[in-house]
Design a protein around this ligand. Structure first.
Ligand code: SF4
Length: 393
């Protein structure tokens, strides 16, 4: 445990709780959690600056405190603002401080959920023990039954993983890179299989045996390790099918001052956006990894979203007759998502469809879908001015 941390624990609350919330709430922002809203939508309150509107896995909207137990870390992840050796102010919550603070915030109705992560100070198990002690207090002493997302730290032992699954609604391990070769670009101290993948596997095993309702996620930092989109989505596909992850999150790399990657170009947000679109195709549209269209060097095309790119590469699959297509085929049409497909199926029951405009679809969906469909054997009257299948790939 680092000297600063010892001082904090030895002297009790030597940094005011509000300052700790500020330091450790801000430090937690580097761990994305797409259930959380943006900075602009955060609750503005003296204790609630790091409370975010969030969506639970069951779709319910809640406000969630996102915080680290400590920003003291002995790891050297090249992209991370909390990496060891960086000259930043370090502090830590004792389990009691954080549990009490969370309880006070819950009583003031500032928070309905907790996202808790931590830097790794000493062995991962020691850091996990402090997080687990916090959540134990929140659950058992303060009786909180709401949503808790608990990060499992790299290298956590089996007992900590089991305890995390028992206490939390969601657990996650951030792989950060898609494979062992790429993680070497990001950290000299993280072992991909032993410290990252093995805990994720163990968490899956434990939840299957004890608490199947617990969901699991991971996160990749995009663009910091020279990896391709193909590598990232290949790993994501395997995680979805082998470990039944609820979500994979993609975080566009942004350089942080005074880190080894401070002069590395930031990753454009359109790349992150394309990865999310491809991820949706894999999770919700019935696409397989082999159907995702990659351009040069395994990159998703910038000019076309992944479904349009697939449609343009598979012209033999079109046009699709809207009046008879299966749900699977409807979901192959650019611009048609699960909700639009359901609307089409429901509307078909009222009679034969002759115009896309009769279906109550968003105008953008109509524009995208028109070149790829037939209605009663005819092209829709609305068409893009010129459809050039080679233009978008
Ligand atoms: S383990 Fe790596 S990513 Fe996590 S806080 Fe430490 S340096 Fe940052």
């Amino acid at each position: 445990m680092g000297a600063i941390l010892k001082l904090e624990y030895a002297e009790g609350v030597s940094v005011d709780i509000r300052q700790k919330i500020d330091l450790l709430g801000e430090a937690a922002q580097h761990d994305i959690c797409r259930g959380c809203g943006s900075h602009s939508s955060r609750v503005q309150d003296d204790l609630g600056r790091w409370v975010y509107p969030a969506i639970r896995p069951d779709g319910q909207r809640i406000s969630m405190l996102k915080v680290l137990q400590t920003n003291v870390c002995e790891k050297d992840c090249a992209y991370c603002a909390n990496r060891s050796g960086r000259d930043i102010r370090r502090t830590a919550f004792t389990p009691d401080e954080l549990a009490r603070t969370f309880d006070q915030m819950a009583h003031r109705r500032l928070v309905e959920g907790l996202f808790l992560s931590s830097g790794i100070c000493g062995h991962a198990d020691q850091a996990m023990q402090r997080m687990l002690a916090t959540v134990e207090l929140i659950r058992r002493q303060y009786g909180f039954r709401g949503y808790i997302h608990l990060k499992i730290l790299p290298g956590a032992d089996d007992a900590s993983i089991e305890a995390a699954v028992r206490l939390a609604d969601r657990v996650s391990v951030n792989l950060e890179a898609p494979n062992p070769q790429r993680i070497q670009h990001l950290s000299h101290t993280k072992d991909f299989f032993r410290e990252l993948l093995a805990p994720l596997r163990k968490a899956d095993e434990v939840r299957q045996a004890l608490k199947p309702g617990v969901s699991m996620t991971t996160q990749f930092v995009v663009g910091a390790a020279g990896e391709s989109d193909k590598e990232i989505l290949s790993s994501a596909t395997s995680l979805y099918s082998n470990l039944r992850l609820a979500r994979v999150y993609y975080s566009a790399f942004q350089p942080v001052r005074d880190t080894p990657l401070e002069n590395h170009d930031p990753t454009p947000t359109w790349r992150e956006h394309r990865l999310y679109q491809a991820d949706f195709l894999l999770r919700q549209y019935g696409f397989t990894f082999d159907e995702i269209v990659f351009g040069e060097e395994g990159r998703l095309p910038r000019e076309a979203d992944p479904k349009l790119a697939w449609a343009l590469s598979n012209p033999e699959c079109f046009p699709i007759e809207i009046n008879t297509a299966s749900q699977r085929d409807l979901l192959r049409i650019p611009g048609i998502g699960p909700r639009s497909a359901q609307k089409i199926i429901a509307r078909r029951k009222q009679g034969r469809l002759r115009e896309l405009a009769h279906i109550d679809l968003p105008p953008a969906s109509v524009r995208q879908a028109a070149p790829f469909v037939l209605l009663g054997g005819k092209r829709p009257s609305y068409q893009l001015p010129l459809f050039d299948p080679t233009a978008a790939c």
